[in-house]
Structure formats: structure tokens, C-alpha cells
Design a protein. Structure first.
Length: 156
């Protein structure tokens, strides 16, 4: 159940680097029915400046490109400690390090959400470009459906 604070749906990544921006694209096109229950945030590559957002949420769902060792466009969800383990591994980009540091800072300050998840999509290309590759564009609705599933289980 929710404690009255919203669930933060955080998209991170660099939208100038094709598939790296998939999390931001997924959040920016996410349709919500209850803005009091869900807060959407385009976190881009902001890193630690997102700490107040994280500390103010009842649950955190991060959408991002992630090196998960799968074919391009495959989506995996990492919940709780599995998210922490995924972020602690080898880094794909600077914002993965920033996300790890963000959660470590929230933990240190007592504001790390107990309910947290990373929904990651395996990127294909992170060269300059404003649009994700077709494989990652097709992953966006899958990422959004996974987020809706978590939101439903966390609020029911």
C-alpha cells in the first residue's frame, strides 16, 4: 500500500545518444491516470541532483538502458536488492554510476525507498542520434507495461 507519497517513475539517460535515452523516452510518453499517486520525472543525466525526488517518494521505478547481456531491446526488471546488485556491477554509462551513487546517498541519509526497481532495456547503439533504434523503440511499451505492473502491485 502507498503511504500517501507518490511513486516516482524516473527515466534516465542521454537522449542525444540514441538507445541511451530510452528511459527518458519511456517516461515522457507514459500515460498516467492518477497524478497524485504517480510522479513522472525526466532525470536525464542529473545524478545526485535527483536526491530530493528520490527521498520524497514511496517507491522508485527507474527506466533506463542497461547492459543485461541480452539481445538489443530485451527488457528485464530488477526489484529491490536485485536492482542494487545490477547497479553495483560493471557500468555501461556515466549515469549508471550516478544512479548507484544516488541510491547510496539516499541510503546514507535514510531516504532510500524500500520499494525500488530498475526496468532496463539492452541497448543496440549509443552513437549520436535523437531517436532510439527500432529494437529499443519497440521496447518502450514493454518497459511501460512492466512499470504499470509494479505500480499496480505496490498500490493494491
Amino acid at each position: 500500500m502507498s503511504d500517501g507519497r507518490p511513486i516516482l517513475l524516473l527515466g534516465i539517460g542521454n537522449v542525444l545518444l540514441q538507445d541511451d535515452g530510452v528511459g527518458v523516452h519511456a517516461v515522457n510518453s507514459f500515460a498516467i491516470l492518477d497524478a497524485n499517486r504517480i510522479r513522472l520525472c525526466d532525470g536525464g543525466t542529473l545524478g545526485l541532483s535527483l536526491l530530493p525526488e528520490v527521498e520524497a517518494c514511496s517507491g522508485l521505478i527507474v527506466l533506463d538502458a542497461a547492459m543485461i547481456g541480452e539481445a538489443p531491446g530485451v527488457v528485464k526488471t530488477f526489484v529491490g536488492d536485485a536492482m542494487d546488485a545490477q547497479l553495483a556491477g560493471k557500468k555501461f554509462s556515466v549515469h549508471e554510476l550516478a544512479l548507484y551513487d544516488l541510491l547510496a546517498a539516499a541510503d546514507l541519509l535514510g531516504g532510500k525507498p524500500a520499494r525500488r526497481a530498475l526496468i532496463g532495456a539492452q541497448p543496440q547503439c549509443v552513437d549520436w542520434g535523437l531517436d532510439p533504434t527500432p529494437a529499443l523503440a519497440a521496447a518502450i511499451p514493454i518497459m511501460q507495461a512492466a512499470a504499470r505492473g509494479l505500480i499496480g502491485s505496490w498500490t493494491s
